[in-house]
Design a protein around this ligand. Structure first.
Ligand SMILES: Cc1ncc(C[n+]2csc(CCOP(=O)(O)OP(=O)(O)O)c2C)c(N)n1
Length: 334
């Protein structure tokens, strides 16, 4: 069978893994097994999967709190991801970060950032390191359209444009920032115009087909790797769930949601595989295999050890305070 079908099948596998992972995490959240916030990526999977396929070992990826999809697409084990949601030591951030702070250096994933726009300048810093050292990596920085109104976004883009950094900015325009539609927050429809002011290339397209995402993002990644500077890409998408688990999404109509679900990336790619001659039974078996893998991850997350207090002292908080070498009150008085 053609390699195009193999690629499509592998994309379908990863998208279905992300979808089932998040459906099960929503269920576990409702049962009180997951604390804190949980922002789902359901509907946006084709973007993470397409982008991950453009990158090489050593590249840097930064994402917002809506981070499960890209973490899994880059190769994080579902068990490590689910354990993190459950606050367990076997989690990708040893159970101390939770949903919004996934981290996986082995697979090039540098978080998982909760402050809107806060990671954009940090990502520019990673790209600066690659340029300064001539080490050849590319950085990819994801954010939502709401983030394009915030200071950290403009600071990061300004430096990236000025220094022609090897970075690709990916704006996942899912139409809403929490419950606010974009026309109430942005004077522009075409967000690439915001990046033009920082002297960088721009691109803009729909994000329900992972092959299209891969092809278009690859051009920007190649440009960055060749030393030709940054690109800003706006990808139109839609999240099928609320902003987070606590959002019933009453600000949009059922008919709008149903209309958008016609472009569900999983339905589209499964349909294309069947058109290419892949049997429905083969795809059903693939789905069952993934469902079993996710069930296993949930079981593992439920049974494994909780996060450990001593890890918090040596990682999240300054160790010298933890060990009593420095008195926190004295330090803050100094
Ligand atoms: C600096 C800051 N302000 C406000 C918030 C609260 N907040 C969390 S998500 C969000 C909306 C962001 O929307 P967008 O950038 O479009 O991303 P999406 O959630 O749609 O992926 C806001 C305002 C925050 N986390 N950080």
């Amino acid at each position: 069978m053609a390699s195009g079908v193999d690629e499509l099948r592998s994309q379908y596998r990863t998208m279905f893994t992300i979808r089932r992972f998040e459906e099960e995490s929503a269920r576990a959240y409702a049962m009180g097994k997951i604390g804190g916030f949980l922002h789902l990526y359901i509907g946006q999977e084709a973007i993470a999967v397409g982008v991950a396929e453009t990158l090489k070992d050593g590249d840097y990826v930064f994402q917002t709190y809506r981070d499960h999809g890209i973490a899994l697409a880059l190769g994080m084990e579902p068990k490590a991801a689910m354990a993190e949601l459950f606050g367990k030591d076997a989690g990708c951030s040893r159970g101390l970060g939770g949903s919004m702070h996934f981290f996986d250096v082995k697979n090039g994933f540098y978080g998982g950032w909760a402050i809107v726009g806060g990671h954009v300048a940090v990502a520019a810093g990673a790209a600066f390191k690659s340029k300064y050292e001539g080490s050849g990596e590319v950085t990819v920085c994801f954010f939502g359209e709401g983030a394009t109104n915030i200071g950290g976004f403009h600071e990061g883009l300004s430096l990236a444009g000025l220094w022609k950094l090897p970075i690709v900015f990916i704006c996942e325009n899912n139409q809403y920032a929490m419950g606010t539609p974009m026309e109430r927050t942005s004077p522009l429809d075409d967000l690439t115009k915001k990046a033009q002011g920082y002297g960088m290339a721009g691109d803009r397209f729909q994000g329900h087909d992972p092959s299209v995402v891969k092809e278009r993002v690859q051009q920007a990644v190649d440009r960055a790797r060749k030393g030709e500077g940054p690109t800003f890409i706006e990808i139109e998408t839609y999240r099928f769930r609320g902003h987070s688990m606590s959002d019933p999404a009453k600000y949009r109509s059922r008919s709008e949601l149903e209309e958008r679900k016609k472009k569900d990336p999983l339905v589209i790619v499964r349909g294309r595989l069947e058109e290419a001659g892949v049997k429905a039974e083969e795809l059903d078996a693939l789905e069952e295999e993934i469902e079993a893998e996710i069930d296993e991850a949930v079981k593992f997350a439920g049974e494994t050890e909780p996060a450990k207090e001593e890890v918090m002292w040596s990682t999240v908080l300054a160790p010298s305070f933890a060990l009593g070498e420095v008195d926190a009150q004295e330090a803050s008085d100094a």
